[in-house]
Ligand binder design. Structure first.
Ligand code: HEC
Length: 197
């Protein structure tokens, strides 16, 4: 009788240990780091007007709803950078982002400057990931972060390669950086009309 109840409690112990580790596994599963981007450093305090040409090219795959959006509604953007990339992003001179840096650009429709319709994301991968493109990975997320795709990455790279000397990052929204830039970036400044004036 005694033997039996010991056996039973050992069995229960094993069972509960199993349950605990199952719970731990679920909680500890690696999450997509992009999901916490709004806790990162916000680089421009207010949404900035997006050049129509850029807005029209900075899009998700054709099967997304956002892609059917009216291109004549003005678009705005806000940029966030994670801790690893903060120093490079905010610096006054040409940037060199460390491995693990992540930059998120939210794209808004003028009629809703709270909920982004799209996110474009750059992640600095390990040396050798894509040396020609600065080892950056390019990804697009829908605004609610439920879908992501890299199917447009060739287009992303074709524009961003013009920024090769600044580690493929534009940074035309970083106040201190803009002040150090030559006149050639004037058209960017002209486009920097903030939402609400
Ligand atoms: C037509 C050129 C063009 C294309 C195509 C393009 N971008 Fe950009 N991207 C820009 C410009 C210009 C900026 C600076 C912000 C602005 O003016 O809108 C920018 C900014 C960004 C930023 C903020 C970091 C930075 O460079 O300053 C990210 C992240 C980004 N783009 C990701 C992407 C991804 C992902 C794609 C592909 C889906 C993409 N871009 C396609 C022109 C482009």
């Amino acid at each position: 009788m005694l033997k039996r109840s010991v056996g039973l409690s050992v069995g229960l112990l094993i069972l509960s240990a199993g349950l605990v580790s199952a719970t731990h596994y679920k909680v500890g599963r690696p999450k997509d780091p992009v999901s916490s981007y709004r806790a990162w450093k916000k680089v421009n305090d207010k949404p900035i007007y997006m050049e129509p040409f850029v807005a029209g090219s900075c899009i998700g795959p054709p099967w997304w709803d956002g892609a059917k959006d009216n291109p004549h509604v003005p678009k705005y953007f806000t940029v966030y950078v994670n801790k690893i990339g903060e120093k490079a992003m905010m610096g006054k001179s040409a940037a060199s982002f460390p491995v693990g840096s992540m930059v998120v650009k939210e794209k808004f429709n003028k009629n809703d400057l709270k909920r982004p319709e799209l996110l474009t994301v750059m992640t600095k991968r390990a040396k050798g990931f894509d040396p020609q493109n600065g080892d950056w990975e390019y990804m697009v997320y829908n605004g609610s972060l439920s879908t992501k795709s890299d199917s447009n990455k060739k287009a992303c790279q074709s524009c961003h390669s013009s920024q090769k000397d600044d580690d493929f990052v534009y940074r035309n929204y970083v106040e201190d950086y803009i002040r150090t830039q030559p006149k050639s970036l004037d058209w960017f400044k002209a486009g920097r009309i903030r939402a609400g004036g």
